[in-house]
Design a binder for this molecule. Structure first.
Ligand SMILES: Nc1ncnc2c1ncn2[C@@H]1O[C@H](COP(=O)(O)OP(=O)(O)OP(=O)(O)O)[C@@H](O)[C@H]1O
Ligand SMILES: [Mg+2]
Length: 265
């Protein structure tokens, strides 16, 4: 069973999950592609919107990074988002691709009324079709991210096991406001490194919202650029694939709890 959207409460509303961090190269796209794949494989109709003009998710899912009419028409409600959605090689997993014009999405949003509501408005008509919508965000704090905070039920926040990540999370807390659940997790963890273990222990003690699953630093994830596929498709027995399966189970459990339908208090 898919979780209900904690934000909008309606059972027919898709649960919107954004992979977000101000920092680049921390594992946002890896999480978006692998978790969206697992959601779809588990039976949920799933859409991934690649909001990053670099189009890494789009590339990994083997789709052309092109949206007819570009990002401007999309956020202004002047193009039909459902007609821009592409199927992927995987059942139940669809993609709203990246487009190079998304690099100007801030300007396009700024030119609209209520810019922070625009992404949510693009998604609303699509929601009855999907159980989950993933937003793969570019690394920034901008109008795009403010619009993401408004549209999303939860932020999946990959954090490197480094002391400065505490400040990053504090900062995200400030800018994201109270309306969106935070699901931070450690990414690219080398458990042989004492420093990683120490940072994670200290951090988890201070931050009860940290997910327990950690994504290991693993060569399998780096190979994704060659395989152009979710881990489950080319290295299902590896540690990284296992970590993403555990992560997805933990995320769905937290979402169910937040929507008041979980098994635990
Ligand atoms: N767990 C991991 N182990 C090893 N390499 C990883 C892991 N996660 C991500 N990488 C590698 O690190 C790089 C950045 O990962 P990814 O694209 O997922 O991060 P991102 O936060 O989306 O980056 P950006 O901010 O550029 O969008 C990629 O080359 C990816 O293959
Ligand atoms: Mg990315």
């Amino acid at each position: 069973m898919a979780a209900a959207s904690p934000k909008r409460g309606r059972l027919c509303a898709a649960v919107v999950l954004a992979t977000y961090n101000i920092k680049g190269g921390v594992g946002k796209t890896s999480a978006a592609v692998n978790l969206a794949y697992l959601a779809a494989r588990g039976g949920a109709t799933t859409l991934l919107w690649d909001l990053d003009p670099q189009g890494a998710s789009t590339y990994l899912l083997r789709v052309k990074p092109k949206v007819k009419g570009g990002g401007e028409k999309l956020v202004r409600g002047k193009s039909d988002a459902s007609a821009r959605i592409k199927g992927t090689d995987y059942d139940r997993l669809d993609l709203l691709p990246a487009d190079f014009s998304y690099r100007h999405m801030d300007l396009h949003l700024d030119a609209t009324k209520r810019p922070t509501r625009r992404l949510g408005r693009v998604l609303s008509p699509l929601e009855p079709e999907y159980d989950y919508v993933f937003l793969d965000c570019p690394p920034s704090i901008s109008l795009v991210s403010e619009s993401v905070f408004e549209a999303a039920d939860a932020l999946l926040i990959p954090l490197l096991p480094a002391t400065l990540s505490a400040r990053t999370l504090d900062y995200i807390d400030q800018v994201a406001g109270d309306g969106v659940q935070r699901l931070p997790f450690f990414s690219m963890v080398d458990s042989r490194k004492r420093m990683h273990r120490d940072v994670m222990e200290a951090f988890t003690a201070e931050r009860p919202e940290m997910l327990h699953t950690v994504v290991p630093l693993a060569a399998d994830v780096e190979r994704r650029g060659i395989a152009r596929a979710p881990l489950e498709e080319f290295a299902p027995r590896g540690r990284a694939a296992e970590a993403f399966r555990d992560l997805w189970a933990e995320v769905t459990e937290r979402l169910l709890r937040a929507s008041g339908r979980g098994s635990k208090p």
